[in-house]
Write a protein that binds this ligand. Structure first.
Ligand code: MG
Length: 398
């Protein structure tokens, strides 16, 4: 039977920036070659049964010798790469066995966890490209004419590998890029360029890329800590306490107002009144997430007296909340219920789950949205308003 997923592990070639040690993939980190550390977590994922390792031609013998110790259930083939990363991945694709999904991983990322691999792979096997990403934590500056200017970072993410793709999608993106002579620093960038859907999923702080010589001491410490723990996820993983947050919101409905619920525009003769877009569902989810993180509610974060939030798109507010709590905790699951007589919510639930999941960097399967009516009782039963309740579970970062 064809394997459902295969890996392309792409090693840096002559373009390596590790100063005195250009062959960083062969260097030993706490006694184990980077290349071996980078591939081993994939050998522990049952769906991944084949790997193509792309190396500079002169490094094929040493690469093959190192990879000889990987578990036999992962069929590994080493092939010579091209002059650029894009070319190397394309060459890797040519040697790929039949499979449904392809993972592309940097050989210079030796600390990826099985959890991240399974997270991106689940999305690719469901038919969409997936990229592990984390909100940018540092304040960013753009220097223009010698003057630094702060760049807003709410919508900025740092992307990692492994990136996972339905095989046909990645083949098509590379075929078109080759025809155009297009290069990209990551494969998802090619898919984006051709309008293919790419989903961000939660990455891991410990999934670092060893780029500069100065990265090495920290990588050594991380490797030693992981070896002591016997687990690839000892740092950056949300290994702490499970927590639950609850959120509730209610808005009046008014004739002629736009109706945006769960980030989705719903055809309706009435919509919620609010200082922002009045998205009652997202407000409940935000309050639940803030609650789980032990923070004050959205009224404190986005006061109705602040003109910045007038008519604000609540999806952006949710992303801000998520960026705020990201250093403290990782979202596990969202469950929510809307209460309204009208409009009909059911047909829009899949789109709501997807928008909320995307804003939170989790899989749509980790977001549940339900709807009910008030059976004609009270203000909501009379169609005067809409309410929402949400529960969010998180794990604190250990
Ligand atoms: Mg509200």
């Amino acid at each position: 039977m064809a394997p459902s997923a295969a890996l392309i592990l792409a090693a840096g070639g002559s373009g390596s920036r590790l100063g005195e040690n250009p062959k960083k993939q062969f260097a030993h980190l706490a006694g184990t070659p980077v290349l071996l550390r980078a591939i081993r977590p994939f050998a522990s994922v049952p769906a991944v049964s084949a790997a193509v390792v792309v190396l500079p031609r002169e490094d094929l013998p040493v690469g093959a010798a190192i990879l000889g110790s990987v578990d036999d259930r992962l069929a590994i083939r080493c092939v010579a790469g091209g002059p650029t990363r894009t070319a190397s991945v394309r060459l890797g694709l040519e040697h790929l066995p039949a499979c449904d999904a392809v993972l592309v991983h940097d050989a210079a990322r030796p600390f990826v966890s099985r959890e991240v691999i399974e997270r991106v792979l689940a999305t690719a096997l469901a038919g969409e490209a997936a990229v592990p990403a984390l909100p940018v934590a540092d304040t960013l500056k753009r220097v223009s004419a010698g003057r630094p200017l702060t760049v807003p970072r709410e919508d900025l993410y740092g992307v990692q590998t492994p990136q996972a793709f339905p095989r046909d999608m990645l083949l098509e993106a590379h075929r078109r890029a080759a025809a155009e002579g297009l290069e990209c620093t990551d494969d998802a960038g090619l898919c984006e360029r051709y309008g293919m859907e790419v989903r961000l999923v939660e990455g891991e702080a410990s999934n670092v890329k060893i780029t500069r010589a100065s990265d090495w001491p920290l990588a050594e410490m991380l490797a030693a800590a992981l070896d002591a723990d016997g687990d690839q996820t000892v740092l950056g993983r949300a290994s702490g306490v499970a927590r639950v947050g609850i959120g509730y919101d209610v808005h009046r409905l008014e004739l002629g107002r736009p109706c945006v619920i769960g980030g989705v525009s719903i055809p309706s003769d009435r919509g919620p009144i609010g200082h922002s877009d009045g998205d009652v569902l997202l407000h409940a989810v935000m309050d639940a997430l803030l609650g789980a993180a032990g923070e004050a509610d959205i009224g404190h974060l986005f006061p109705p007296t602040d003109p910045r939030w007038a008519g604000a798109d609540s999806i952006h507010l949710l992303k801000r909340v998520r960026a705020r709590v990201a250093p403290l905790c990782e979202v596990d699951f969202v469950d929510a219920v809307l209460v309204a007589e009208a409009p009909r919510i059911g047909p829009h639930v899949p789109a709501m789950r997807e928008r909320i999941a995307r804003a939170l960097g989790i899989a749509p399967g980790a977001v549940n949205v339900k709807a009910t009516t008030a059976e004609g009782m009270g203000a909501i039963g009379r169609g005067e308003g809409i309410s929402a309740q949400a529960v969010v579970t998180v794990r604190t970062r250990g």
